[in-house]
Design a protein around this ligand. Structure first.
Ligand code: ADP
Ligand code: MG
Length: 240
């Protein structure tokens, strides 16, 4: 589904991604781990071209999306993204948060958008919050709404950048549960997280990044159980 070749990104003289190659299959759950500043967020942001790569190619569903003439808006509709901070629209209700993009961007009619939104609210366990405003929700609830909002566009892949890092500990579980459900339903997912137990349970593949490179990757058993690279071993010894 996604094919990344020789991806580089620099900010000025600072090369933050130094050449990433990655293939992501339909239905695969890829979890990216690594120290702060290793380029994980930059990589995710390059995948949906929130950041313009300095070099390299990204194919998404057999289209070269890094091509100059490529219609990126059309591709972004197919890539849902969830951030650490939920970025909900504060002056819109939960239901409106979920329907605004499908109506405005996808030109969906209101009834169809409402129907999808209500189903998704049910999926994330917040069917009773459709008329609430974001300020009336807990952090965990906000993040579940943010996930539902991304899903409302019916994306082909979901990108998560530390979706639980800003949450109080008691709210982490409810968000991970929603993500686990999505994974089991076959959603293609690329997840940056520090939740190692979740990574081990839900990831099909774990990728360890350091200093803008993929240092090591493999099954959770392999990467967590028998990491082969000293940098991976060092990182895991600090977080596990
Ligand atoms: P991670 O998500 O792994 O913590 P990031 O991708 O956020 O890492 O950052 C990698 C490096 O790129 C860091 O050194 C960071 O300071 C730098 N960086 C990220 N975004 C920008 C930006 N917009 N401008 C300049 N430098 C940036
Ligand atoms: Mg980051």
């Amino acid at each position: 589904m996604i094919n990344v070749k020789g991806l580089k990104k620099s900010y000025g003289k600072n090369e933050v991604l130094t050449g990433i190659d990655m293939d992501i299959a339909q239905g695969e759950v890829v979890v990216i781990i690594g120290p702060s500043g290793s380029g994980k967020s930059t990589f995710l942001r390059c995948l949906n071209l929130l950041e313009q790569p300095t070099a390299g190619e990204i194919h998404f569903e057999n289209e070269l999306i890094t091509a100059r003439k490529h219609d990126i808006d059309n591709t972004r509709k197919k890539m849902g993204m969830v951030f650490q901070h939920f970025n909900l629209f504060p002056h819109k209700t939960v239901l409106q948060n979920l329907t605004i993009a499908p109506i405005k961007v996808k030109k969906m009619n209101t009834n169809a958008a409402n129907k999808i939104a209500e189903d998704l609210l049910h999926t994330v366990g917040l069917a009773d919050k459709s008329k609430a405003y974001p300020s009336q929700l807990s952090g965990g609830q906000k993040q579940r709404i943010a996930i539902a909002r991304a899903l409302a566009m019916q994306p082909h892949v979901m990108l998560f950048d530390e979706p639980t890092s800003a949450l109080d500990p008691e709210m982490v579980g409810e968000v991970l549960e929603v993500m686990q459900k999505l994974a089991h339903e076959g959603m293609t997912m690329v997840i940056v997280t520090h939740e190692m137990n979740f990574a081990r349970e839900v990831g099909d593949r774990i990728i360890f990044m350091d200093a803008g490179q993929i240092v090591e990757q493999g099954t959770p058993e392999k990467v967590f159980g028998a990491p082969s690279h000293p940098r991976t071993q060092d990182f895991l010894s600090k977080v596990l």
